[in-house]
Design a protein around this ligand. Structure first.
Ligand SMILES: Nc1ncnc2c1ncn2[C@@H]1O[C@H](COP(=O)(O)OP(=O)(O)OP(=O)(O)O)[C@@H](O)[C@H]1O
Ligand SMILES: [Mg+2]
Length: 294
């Protein structure tokens, strides 16, 4: 693309953002409820009447005879922000692989709400059902602007023709504007994603997930490589998402976990070793042993 075209594109994006900003200002007094996600979308309710959005029971998987996940059972309540900690190799990423359909367990039960058996669905279908996943490394489109990345997030899983003629409707535009504020990138709409800092790229990717209005977000080591300031802002961000979405956050950064956590689950050798507040699990002899005894 020529510099001229880039500049024109940036101007067009700025104009659209100005229009969006004025529209969201009009609705601000009416609260932010029309913005980013609720637990359930109108077009695909998840049955959480039993108080769980995610339910795993006795899940196991082996790789070449090695049990990476071993009779793992846990559940998450709607709107909960659950933190998962555990030593390297505990099975945290593998658990996310199983929930998202990337890895099939050898045995066990994995339910989304009380009616959706995730083991019957493929990876793409699970994403469509409303489970968004953030891998450790940011995967944004570096040659596109912040705005275009967010817009593109709505086009995924659409056909080529549908994508070409895709236009944000006003609800989506409002949500995009609100997400930009939430992820602290409202001042950077026209910037190329490739020019953002590592932390900003992570926020942008989280924003891209939010555009799809996920009910459950799985975040694997989201603050790894961030500066202290970026980490603090990410903690704020997650606290604002809690309640509107259900979140499962895997992290090794304990001060970050301390800021955001209610219940912490400690994984070790593929199953739950302990669960409770961070203070409770940190005082648990078995947890101290696995962190210090290796
Ligand atoms: N596809 C695979 N093939 C073989 N072994 C695997 C595979 N995926 C994971 N493992 C093994 O399973 C165990 C659990 O790995 P996993 O990546 O889930 O740990 P983790 O808790 O995410 O660790 P970390 O904190 O280092 O990210 C490790 O011993 C790993 O080597
Ligand atoms: Mg991992």
């Amino acid at each position: 693309m020529t510099p001229d075209l880039l500049e024109q594109g940036a101007r067009r994006i700025e104009q659209r953002m100005a229009a969006l900003a004025s529209r969201s200002a009009e609705t601000e007094s009416g609260g932010r409820s029309a913005g980013i996600g609720r637990i359930a979308k109108a077009d695909g309710e998840v049955d959480t009447t039993h108080g769980r959005i995610l339910y795993l029971e006795d899940v196991s998987v082996s790789f070449d005879g090695f049990k990476a996940i071993n009779k793992l059972s846990l559940d998450i309540a709607p709107g909960e922000l659950r933190c998962i900690i555990g030593p390297n190799g505990a099975g945290k990423t593998t658990m996310m692989d199983i929930i998202t359909g990337k890895t099939r367990p050898d045995e066990g039960t994995v339910f989304f709400g009380s009616t959706i058996d995730l083991l019957r669905h493929k990876e793409a279908e699970i994403a469509q059902l409303g489970i968004g996943r953030k891998f450790q490394k940011p995967t944004v489109f570096e040659h596109l602007s912040v705005f275009e990345n967010l817009e593109l997030a709505l086009k995924t899983n659409k056909g080529v023709k549908a994508s070409m003629f895709f236009k944000l409707d006003s609800r989506q535009s409002d949500r995009l504007a609100e997400i930009l504020l939430t992820i602290h990138l409202a001042d950077s709409v026209a910037r190329l994603a490739g020019n953002l800092s590592h932390g900003q790229k992570q926020w942008l990717e989280i924003g891209m997930l939010l555009m799809q209005d996920p009910k459950l977000l799985l975040l694997d080591e989201p603050v790894a490589g961030m500066t202290d300031e970026e980490t603090a802002r990410t903690a704020e961000l997650f606290l604002t998402l809690k309640g509107k979405h259900s979140l499962m956050v895997v992290e090794h950064d304990m001060s970050f976990i301390r800021t955001i956590s209610d219940i912490v689950t400690v994984l070790c050798d593929g199953s739950v070793l302990a669960q409770g507040t961070l203070d409770q699990v940190q005082a648990d002899e078995r947890v101290i042993e696995v962190y210090l005894g290796r």
